[in-house]
Ligand binder design. Structure first.
Ligand code: GLN
Length: 500
């Protein structure tokens, strides 16, 4: 396999800067890889061939003319199809938006354009980002490059699979309850949910606005840091955007170290319910961190056990309200009722019945119910109180530790179809990732080795605005593990992911 597609973004950036390779060559190599393997993986819903090559060729010309360029100029990227883009369709994985072209770019897309990174295309996802397996996409599932019979996680399975299968060195995801970190975990890639407000949500199709966050997907911690620096920072178009910068992420990723760092093991996010192989890899990582000079302490977050329940009230409540705009009138799909009368309610009903899949309907019903008069206090109000308790647990834990650690997901990639008819089993995949969204704190998942031949993810969590700590600790553990394995985890992936 060509080094052009197995190199990290940081290495590609160096090769581009020294003119060892051209941006057109790098982009073409990834487009060729997509053409060769995406029939099996189905990570992409749209491939943006012409524009990607045009941007790449512009970068080569600018470099030849001696123009100063961004470090990632010419490094290609894939975009989760929940983020709106001019010139490429945006579907949100739903029939509701099939063929829809956004009239504006998301802020993160404007920043990627300004850095002159060629966009390879839009990646598959669970419909409106609701799911943990990408099986809820209206356009068919994505498959895990490690084993094509298994799920790549969700909702951002397309972005994670694209990166793990070497179809793209970088991708963007969105994480409302784990949709960047859990797919990274089960595909052996790196995924970061930045601090809430650290990356603009303007142009990310809203699922649950108080939980949603855009973030990077990559194969190395340094690459994720480089990408977060491109997309992050204040945006006046997002009223929840933070005004202060989060610090030098790239420097933290280049200087990974845990010496003297207090790492809190969250008692409630391990043990029972966690696959034995996942627990074993997690315990090994703790040993490595301890040997590298970290102080390992146990912390207790007793309210985390309510996080999943509270999430499945708050998220559907916000989603039911955010998705009310798909009414068959303003934009997107329109279906007319079969029989008269042609009232607006009946057009809306016919459109939403045909346009939304089962999981989206389930959540709209749940959310509408939780917000209805008479139930609001009992469900939505109680869930908000639980949210405060979770935030307090984090505060107490961060008084004892600089970062927290847990497995990212209780299990490795499961088989396609295995949990599709059991929503509760599906929801349990996010038991370890949801607390971060509830509190707005940042989290990273890095590959922690294999259990029964499938990737396991290790998650670090840091206090809000302390994303640098994630990169410092994540890069340190990545280095320790690669030393142990003799190279990156993805280099050993069988079939499509493998370098061999
Ligand atoms: N899997 C979780 C859900 O289904 C998380 C989704 C997400 O982060 N977008 O809600």
């Amino acid at each position: 396999m060509s080094e052009l597609i197995t190199s990290s973004a940081a290495v590609l950036a160096e090769k581009l800067a020294s003119r060892e390779v051209s941006a057109v060559e790098v982009t073409q190599a990834h487009l060729d890889r997509i053409a060769a393997v995406d029939g099996d993986i189905h990570a992409f819903l749209h491939v943006n061939t012409d524009e990607a090559l045009e941007v790449a060729s512009g970068v080569d010309k600018a470099r030849a003319a001696g123009e100063e360029l961004h470090a990632l100029a010419g490094v290609p990227i894939a975009i989760k199809d929940l983020i709106v883009t001019v010139g490429q369709p945006t579907t949100a994985g739903s029939k509701m938006l099939e063929g829809w072209m956004s009239p504006y770019d998301a802020t993160v897309i404007s920043r990627i354009r300004a850095a002159r990174m060629p966009m390879l295309g839009k990646t598959n996802l669970d419909e409106f980002a609701m799911g943990s397996s990408t099986e809820h996409s209206a356009y068919g599932p994505t498959r895990n490059p490690w084993d094509l019979d298994r799920i790549p996680g969700g909702s951002g399975g397309g972005s994670a699979a694209a990166v793990a299968a070497f179809e793209a060195p970088l991708a963007l995801g969105t994480d409302t309850g784990g949709s960047i970190r859990q797919p990274a975990s089960v595909t052996g890639s790196v995924g970061v949910k930045p601090t809430y407000g650290g990356v603009s949500r303007y142009g990310a199709i809203a699922m649950a606005s108080s939980l949603d966050q855009i973030g990077p997907v990559s194969r190395t911690v340094l690459d994720a840091a480089m990408l977060q620096e491109v997309i992050g920072g204040h945006d006046p178009r997002d009223s929840t955007s933070l005004t202060d910068p989060v610090g030098n992420l790239v420097e933290a990723a280049r200087n990974g170290s845990v010496a003297g760092m207090r790492i809190g093991v969250i008692k409630e996010l391990q043990g029972e319910g966690y696959q034995p192989g996942v627990q074993a890899r997690f315990d090994e990582s703790l040993e490595l961190l301890k040997d590298a000079g970290a102080e390992i302490v146990e912390v207790s977050c007793p309210n985390f056990k309510y996080a999943l329940g509270a999430y499945y009230l708050i998220m559907p409540s916000e989603a039911s309200s955010n998705l009310a705009k798909y009414d068959g009138v303003r934009y997107g799909m329109r279906r007319l009722p079969q029989d008269p009368p042609l009232t607006i309610e009946r057009v809306m009903g016919a459109t939403r019945a045909a346009g939304f899949g089962d999981e989206v309907k389930r959540r709209i019903i749940l959310g509408t119910y939780a917000l209805s008069a008479g139930y609001y206090d009992a469900y939505y109000g109680s869930a908000q109180k639980v949210r405060t308790l979770i935030q307090r647990d984090f505060n107490a834990a961060f008084a004892q530790a600089d970062v927290l650690i847990s497995p990212t997901s209780p299990n490795t990639a499961f088989k396609l179809g295995e949990k599709l008819d059991d929503p509760l089993a599906m929801y349990l995949n996010d038991v370890a990732t949801i607390p971060a969204n509830m509190a707005g704190v940042p989290g990273i998942s890095i590959p922690g080795g294999l259990a029964d031949g499938l990737p396991v993810g290790i998650q670090f969590l840091a206090p809000a605005r302390e994303d640098v700590r994630l990169y410092r600790a994540g890069a340190a553990l990545e280095g320790l593990l690669e030393q142990k394995w003799g190279g990156p985890l993805l280099a050993s992936a069988p079939v499509l992911g493998g370098v061999k």
